[in-house]
Design a protein around this ligand. Structure first.
Ligand SMILES: Nc1ncnc2c1ncn2[C@@H]1O[C@H](COP(=O)(O)OP(=O)(O)O)[C@@H](O)[C@H]1O
Ligand SMILES: [Mg+2]
Length: 252
């Protein structure tokens, strides 16, 4: 069961309006002497970002380092909140949800994939994938069965008992993708998922994302630095200094 109220189709899955994000830093920590007199320095990293993403889209976000890509992804993933502006996920105003409801949304509606894989080191691949199901209240035996099926789906069926340090980077990312899928999310957010991988392995990982999008209809938003990775998606949004400066279909 999804914790979000599913709204009328036609409604975007993601809709953000006039998002701004300002980080307030302790001026001592900021260390640049630009204090505003009360000991903090404000640094604005997102300016008036508005966009909609519909179900089934496959979107790349590009931009130089520091342009605000991860900040935007963290807000889309309900891991962080904007300083101002609005975010509706599947028609639900995120600002109206309690912390418990947000935790449920993160667990059930969104799958996360990161550059550094973020696997638990002392757990097997199988347990890494099964853990979010246990948090969602699924029993151990069903969790393990589903985790095994997902490892099989991403080509890692034979590696269920391996720990992350016994796996290559590409294999670890397959475990992370399996984990992201385990609660059947509508949305996958991937922040530079191929950033630590060689070209051939990156291509294989992108094939998995393309298949998930094409065959399973999962909406994917993916941050990348690389043009050939962005070319695997269908829409490109470019951020520059915290502003959307380009948003268009990727030519087929
Ligand atoms: N938690 C934070 N506190 C203060 N500043 C931050 C924080 N996270 C990111 N920043 C700053 O915000 C800007 C954008 O960062 P980020 O969103 O990580 O960019 P990108 O992912 O495009 O490289 C950078 O200048 C970064 O230093
Ligand atoms: Mg980043």
């Amino acid at each position: 069961m999804t914790p979000l109220q599913n709204t009328a189709s036609g409604e975007p899955l993601i809709k953000v309006e006039s998002l701004c994000k300002i980080y307030s830093l302790d001026s001592g920590a900021a260390g640049n002497g630009n204090g505003n007199g009360n000991g903090t320095v404000n640094s604005q990293v997102l300016f008036d970002v508005s966009l909609s993403i519909h179900r089934g889209e496959f979107v790349a976000i590009m931009g130089h380092s520091g342009s605000g890509k991860s900040t935007l992804m963290n807000i889309l993933g309900c891991l962080d909140t904007p300083t101002s502006g609005h975010y509706w996920l599947d028609g639900n105003d995120i600002a109206s949800l309690s912390d418990d409801e947000l935790a449920r949304v993160r667990n059930r509606n969104i799958g996360f994939v990161f550059q550094g894989f973020n696997l638990l080191k002392r757990m097997t691949a199988l347990d890494n994938v099964a853990t979010p199901l246990l948090y969602a209240g699924v029993n151990r035996s069903d969790s393990r069965k589903r985790a095994q099926a997902l490892l099989h789906q991403t080509g890692l069926g034979k590696f269920a008992a391996y720990q992350p340090n016994q796996l290559s980077g590409g294999q670890q990312q397959r475990v992370a993708i399996s984990r992201a899928l385990v609660n059947n999310p509508q949305l996958i957010l991937a922040d530079e998922p191929t950033g630590n991988l060689d070209t051939q392995t990156s291509r294989e990982i992108m094939e998995i994302f393309q298949q998930l999008n094409r065959e399973h209809g999962i909406t994917i938003v993916l941050v990348t630095h690389e043009d050939d990775i962005a070319a695997c998606t269908r829409r490109l949004i470019r951020l520059q200094d915290g502003r959307v400066v380009h948003d268009a279909e990727v030519p087929a």
